[in-house]
Design a protein around this ligand. Structure first.
Ligand code: PEP
Ligand code: MN
Length: 336
C-alpha cells in the first residue's frame, strides 16, 4: 500500500493516520523525496482503503501488493520523465541516446568524442572513470581527475555526463561533475550504495545485475526511491546465460515487461547486451521496438585501441549510422 500525503498535512492529521494504520497492523515506512511524501505500508489484513483515502491530509491511496511499490506502475500510471535541464528529458515519449567510450582515457579522446557527439546532435556522453574490471591487472579508470577534465570539456560543449559510481564514498567528490550516476551490473544489489544514491538529488541509472531478475532490479530501484530519490532510470544490459556465442544475452523481453511494471524510463545497453560490435546495431534497434526510452552504447574513435571493451565498441562511422537509424526507428515505433 502507498499513501500519498498532502504537502501541508498537519501533525494532528499525521497522528490520526498513524493510529488508524496501527489498528490494521500494517508495518509502515515514511518516505520523503524531492517530489513528495509517502507512507509505504506492508501488511496482510483486509480493509477498505477508502477509510484512509478519505482522511484529511491524504492525497491518495493505492494498493500495491508487489515486493517493489514506489517504482510500480500500479500507483503511478504516468511515465516518469527525467529532466536533465537545458531542455533534455528522458521518458514519457522523450527518447535520448547516450554514447561514448567504455573508459575515459585521455584529453584527446574526450575531445574527439565530444566533437563527434556535437556533430550528431547527441547531448549525453557516457564513459567510465571508475571501472569495474574482472581482472585487477586491467585498466581501472582515470578516477576523479579524469572526471574533472571531462566535465570541463563537456560543459563547454553543452554535453551531459553519465558515469559509473562504484562505492558510496565516491559520491560526494563526483556530485558536482555528474549528470547521471550509473550503477553498474556488478553493483546492482549493493544496497548500501543504493541507499546512498537515494539521498542525493541527481538522476541514477541502475543497471540490471549480471544474473539479476526483473523483480530484483525493481527492488533495487525501490531502495533508491524509498531513500528519497525519485529520479531513476533502469537499464537492461544483458544477463549471463549458458550461451557462449556472445558475451551476454540481451533480454529484450525485459524491456517490454519493465515498461508494463514500472513508470521509470527504461534504457537499453546493446553494447554490453551482446558484446559483439557487428551486432550492436540490430540489438539497439530491436530494443527501441520493444519500448526502450533511450539507448546507451559504446563508441570510440579507434575501438581497436580502446582501453576496455573494444570488441563491442563502434567506431565513429558506425555510430553515425546507428544514431540515424535509432532516431528513425523511434519515430517509426511512435507512429505504429
Ligand atoms: C559499462 O557501462 O562500461 C559497464 C561496466 O557496464 P556493466 O556494469 O553493465 O557491465
Ligand atoms: Mn564497457
Amino acid at each position: 500500500m502507498i499513501i500519498q500525503l498532502e504537502h501541508n498535512i498537519s501533525d494532528v492529521q499525521r497522528a490520526t493516520l498513524a493510529a488508524k494504520l496501527d489498528t490494521i497492523q500494517y508495518k509502515t515506512m515514511e518516505v520523503s523525496t524531492q517530489f513528495g511524501e509517502y507512507i509505504v505500508g506492508v501488511g496482510k489484513k483486509e480493509f477498505d482503503i477508502r477509510t484512509i483515502g478519505t482522511m484529511a491530509g491524504i492525497r491518495d491511496i493505492h494498493r500495491v501488493s508487489d515486493a517493489y511499490k514506489l517504482v510500480s506502475k500500479k500507483w503511478k500510471v504516468d511515465d516518469t520523465i527525467i529532466d536533465l535541464g537545458d531542455g533534455l528529458k528522458i521518458g514519457g515519449g522523450n527518447f535520448e541516446i547516450m554514447a561514448g567510450p567504455c573508459s575515459i582515457e585521455s584529453e584527446e579522446q574526450i575531445e574527439n568524442t565530444i566533437n563527434h557527439l556535437v556533430k550528431n546532435g547527441i547531448r549525453i556522453m557516457r564513459g567510465g572513470v571508475y571501472k569495474p574490471r574482472s581482472s585487477p591487472y586491467s585498466f581501472r579508470g582515470l578516477g576523479i581527475d579524469g572526471l574533472k577534465l571531462w566535465y570541463k570539456k563537456a560543459r563547454a560543449a553543452g554535453i551531459k555526463i553519465i558515469t559509473e559510481v562504484m562505492m558510496s564514498e565516491q559520491i560526494d567528490d563526483m556530485l558536482e561533475y555528474v549528470d547521471i550516476f550509473q550503477v553498474g551490473a556488478r553493483n546492482s544489489q549493493n544496497f548500501n550504495l543504493l541507499d546512498a544514491l537515494g539521498k542525493i538529488d541527481k538522476p541514477v541509472m541502475l543497471k540490471r545485475g549480471i544474473s539479476g531478475t526483473i523483480d530484483e532490479l525493481l527492488q533495487s530501484a525501490e531502495y533508491i526511491f524509498s531513500n528519497g530519490n525519485e529520479r531513476i532510470l533502469l537499464c537492461e544490459r544483458g544477463i549471463r546465460t549458458y550461451e557462449k556465442a556472445y558475451r551476454n544475452c540481451m533480454d529484450i523481453n525485459a524491456i517490454a515487461i519493465l515498461k508494463e511494471k514500472t513508470h521509470l524510463p527504461v534504457i537499453a545497453d546493446p553494447s554490453h547486451g551482446i558484446g559483439v560490435r557487428r551486432f550492436v546495431e540490430s540489438i539497439a534497434l530491436a530494443s527501441i521496438m520493444a519500448g526502450a526510452d533511450g539507448v546507451i552504447f559504446e563508441a570510440h574513435q579507434c575501438p581497436e585501441k580502446a582501453f576496455s571493451d573494444g570488441q563491442q565498441t563502434l567506431n565513429f562511422d558506425e555510430a553515425d549510422a546507428l544514431f540515424e537509424k535509432m532516431k528513425r526507428t523511434f519515430k517509426f515505433k511512435q507512429n505504429l
